[in-house]
Design a binder for this molecule. Structure first.
Ligand SMILES: NC(=O)C1=CN([C@@H]2O[C@H](COP(=O)(O)OP(=O)(O)OC[C@H]3O[C@@H](n4cnc5c(N)ncnc54)[C@H](OP(=O)(O)O)[C@@H]3O)[C@@H](O)[C@H]2O)C=CC1
Ligand SMILES: [Fe+3]
Length: 403
């Protein structure tokens, strides 16, 4: 399985709602550590009606009022003993070994590891795997690490609602999933504990799925810009001494952008066709696609959105064309030449039609591309049925191709 395919978001399936669901207030959750994450989680859990006991190395050091009154403060061991099953470790992983003293109390408990990796590709095994090695008698579930303390406290409206969970224990995972659901999050099953390696580095990755599409869009733009420069500016200058270099800033980018948008759109639909062709050629759909095709398929949405950005920029640039000094100059010049030549009515019927049709098609194409872009956003896509979604996507594609 490629790295991309092992990405938890892809593997992820909603964790099934296991009966009996955790009833409010029935269970006590322990949180070890009294830092930012602990406080935010405690506030949220209490607001959701779960009883919380915070375990600290030194309860006296906790400032009064830091935690809600409903939260019980205790020693680390006292908190673990009070917890029925779930113990959230709101500590940094380097402090996990300090819990070895309360190993017996932690046995049989579900330890929720919320930590993140310090750097990308730092080690072979993850914090969660090391925790599982330290406490073999406990169940380790990785989760909540991609949720910030801020999101926990402000509720789920401001951040992602997905909580990615992984563990070798299905039962432990489903218990944590119930807690996540109770807090208004969407638990997503990301697989076994090995997946924690991916999960822990997720907050460190900066737009990982956008890097390739951004590079492709930039290179395409560079290609069309360089081609336009050679064909429309440099060659006419060298051959006839015609100076059109003022077009570098606005006209040339404007001519390059729709080309990039069209190629990006083609790149969105091409991998699907290649994948279908490959499946027909192999005679089976139960075989993995090559890594490059896999990656390409996964980045179609980003490519499409970047194509949409180029088309939108083209529209704005085009609206700016009449504002240019060069356009004004050419207009006045044409009028002057016309007066000089004694032409009274230069109405060019086919020219007028062509320009109107051209603009109308452009507006239509941008409108349909906008529809395509908007429906590809998860929040909008979620309210469409699968049939509605494919209807919009397929029809927009056909209309785009024709315009
Ligand atoms: N803050 C955030 O937004 C997020 C944090 N996380 C993860 O949550 C974990 C905790 O982060 P955060 O709450 O911000 O960190 P803080 O520094 O605010 O809190 C860490 C807590 O660890 C406890 N602790 C236990 N043993 C030790 C020790 N030996 N030395 C020092 N402290 C110890 C301390 O509590 P006490 O003194 O009471 O024992 C301390 O308050 C980290 O692994 C982080 O990666 C994950 C996602 C988001
Ligand atoms: Fe155009």
């Amino acid at each position: 399985m490629s790295d991309e395919m092992s990405s938890p978001l892809l593997l992820g399936a909603e964790v099934p709602d296991d009966p009996p669901a955790m009833a409010r207030g029935q269970q006590t959750v322990a949180i070890l550590g009294s830092g930012d994450f602990s406080r935010s989680l405690a506030v949220r859990l209490v607001a959701c009606g779960v009883s919380v006991v915070v375990g600290s190395r030194c309860v006296k050091r906790i400032a009064p009022g830091l935690f809600p009154d409903a939260v019980e403060l205790s020693s680390q061991e006292g908190a673990v003993v009070k917890a029925q099953r779930l113990v959230v470790l709101a500590l940094f992983p380097e402090h996990y070994p300090s819990l070895l003293g309360i190993r017996a109390a932690l046995a049989g408990k579900v330890l929720v590891d919320v930590s993140n990796a310090m750097e990308l590709g730092s080690g072979v095994s993850s914090n969660a795997e090391q925790l599982a090695e330290l406490f073999p008698e406990s169940v380790v579930v990785k989760g909540f690490n991609v949720i910030s303390a801020w999101t926990l406290q402000t509720g789920t409206q401001d951040g992602s609602r997905q909580v990615l969970l992984c563990s070798d224990s299905v039962e432990g995972k489903s218990e944590v999933a119930q807690l996540a659901r109770l807090m208004g999050f969407h638990p997503v099953d990301s697989g076994d504990l090995r997946q924690s390696r991916v999960l822990e580095t997720m907050p460190l990755r900066l737009f990982p799925s956008w890097r390739g599409p951004l590079l492709a869009t930039f290179l395409l733009f560079l290609f069309f810009y360089a081609y336009g420069f050679l064909r429309d500016l440099l060659l006419p200058y060298l051959a006839h001494g015609r100076d059109g270099f003022h077009r570098l800033a606005l006209a040339l980018p404007n001519e390059s952008l729709p080309n990039v948008a069209l190629v990006a759109l083609a790149l969105v639909y091409l991998p699907g066709l290649l994948a279908a062709w490959l499946q027909l050629w192999r005679g089976t759909k139960y075989q993995r696609f090559p890594r490059w095709l896999d990656g390409w398929l996964l980045r179609r949405k980003q490519l499409g959105l970047l194509g949409f950005l180029c088309a939108a920029l083209h529209a704005v640039y085009s609206l700016c064309l009449p504002l240019r000094t060069a356009t004004r100059h050419r207009l006045i010049n044409a009028a002057y030449s016309q007066v000089k030549a004694g032409v009274e009515e230069p109405w060019d019927e086919s020219g007028v039609w062509r320009s109107d049709l051209y603009l109308s098609c452009g507006v239509l194409a941008l409108g349909i591309l906008s529809l395509l872009a908007i429906t590809s956003l998860p929040t909008v896509g979620n309210v469409l049925t699968w049939r509605e979604f494919t209807f919009v996507q397929a029809n927009s594609r056909n209309t785009q191709t024709h315009t």
